[in-house]
Design a protein around this ligand. Structure first.
Ligand code: ADP
Ligand code: MG
Length: 346
């Protein structure tokens, strides 16, 4: 078999988790970043009657080592384009990308060996068995036969009993697992997952996130895209939102959430609530099914105490109280709508 790229010197093909000390490239200016993206643009060439399409307008982004990093944005924002550039599947139009310290253009083999990608579109040859597929993939990455972990990886994704089944006989969920397995054969220090849970059932989703957490705990840097914002909120330490090929914001998940000023206070009355309740000024009242009263307020303007006082003054005995926190969805909608208002999509 031809071997388009072997593992660079100093990169152990396999073993207990990524060895950071040995995986650094020149190390110059790399610091603790897994990925450094500078001024990256991508314009897809015109094809047929389709005009050229600018998918990335100039992205600067650094992703720290060890993090679980979320890349979010509406459909067509350019997420897969950016990820496919990192994976070496799409050629950028301009800019520079460093992966684990290796410049993608100057050290293509080393930079590729440092990253494993589970793509959005399944790219599995239906005539291969999972066992053979992982073997071929390991060969492509120059992993010596004696060091391949095919059985271990298949067990990890729950496909041990399918090792010798033809890929075309695997269910959609099993193919997703196989894609994850493929991304892991060369034990990359960076794992990228593009919409890994789109359209999968709850069981597979939990399995995927369980594996991702374990890999991250063992030191793997994780980069993922998802359009399930609750998932990003739960999984990611840091988040970048891209929209129309530009970076809108990049911050820790908690900092992004704290930018949302509105909160909802849920009050369950003891018995039926009266039909008129006077809420403090600027507070919205919504009656939920089951009788709970939902007061949405701005933290800068109103305190929960003001609302509780107003409820008591309306003659209500309070049985229970809860606060609904802001969600990433609120941040996402606020930011993307603001940009759309500024510069409507072409
Ligand atoms: P996302 O993953 O955020 O949904 P993509 O990176 O897939 O976004 O797409 C960004 C934009 O580039 C979209 O407008 C899409 O139609 C366009 N695009 C993606 N791939 C190609 C391609 N191979 N040729 C032409 N245009 C493309
Ligand atoms: Mg995509």
């Amino acid at each position: 078999m031809t071997c388009p790229f072997g593992l660079p010197d100093g990169i152990p093909a396999l073993g207990g988790g990524p060895d950071n000390s040995k995986r650094d490239g020149s190390g110059k200016g790399m610091g603790e970043n897994a990925i450094e993206i500078e001024g990256v643009t991508k314009t897809y060439a015109a094809a047929g009657n389709q005009p050229p399409k600018e998918a990335l307008a100039g992205i600067d982004l650094t992703i720290p080592r060890g993090s679980v990093f979320g890349l979010l944005g509406p459909n067509g924002a350019g997420k897969s384009t950016l990820i496919n550039i990192l994976a070496g599947l799409v050629v950028k139009s301009s800019g520079s990308v460093r992966i684990w310290g290796f410049d993608q253009d100057k050290n293509p083999r080393q930079s590729r060996a440092s990253i494993g990608v589970m793509p959005q579109e399944p790219n599995i040859d239906p005539f291969f068995t999972p066992g053979a597929l992982l073997d071929v993939q390991a060969g492509l990455y120059g992993v010596p036969k004696g060091e391949r972990r095919t059985d271990e990886i298949l067990a990890m994704v729950g496909l041990s009993d399918k090792k010798d089944a033809y890929a075309r006989h695997l269910s959609g969920g099993m193919r997703r697992r196989l894609l994850l397995a493929k991304a892991l054969v060369h034990a990359p220090p960076i794992l990228v997952l593009d919409e890994p849970t789109a359209g999968v059932d709850i069981e597979l989703r939990q399995m995927l996130w369980g594996q991702v957490r374990k890999l991250n705990e063992a030191g793997t840097t994780i980069i993922l895209t998802t359009h399930y914002l609750e998932e990003a909120e739960e999984m990611c330490d840091e988040i970048a939102i891209i929209h129309h090929g530009s970076l809108l914001v990049r911050d820790t998940t908690s900092a992004l959430l704290s930018t949302i000023d509105s909160r909802t206070l849920l009050i369950t009355p003891d018995g039926d609530a009266p039909s008129t309740i006077t809420a403090p000024e600027g507070v919205d009242l919504d009656r939920r099914k089951g009788g709970a009263l939902a007061f949405t307020y701005r933290r800068a303007q109103t305190s929960p105490g003001d609302i509780i006082d107003a409820v008591r003054a309306s003659g209500i005995t309070i049985r229970d109280i809860a606060i609904e926190e802001a969600h990433l969805e609120d941040v996402f909608l606020t930011l993307t709508r603001a940009q759309d208002a500024e510069a409507p999509a072409a």
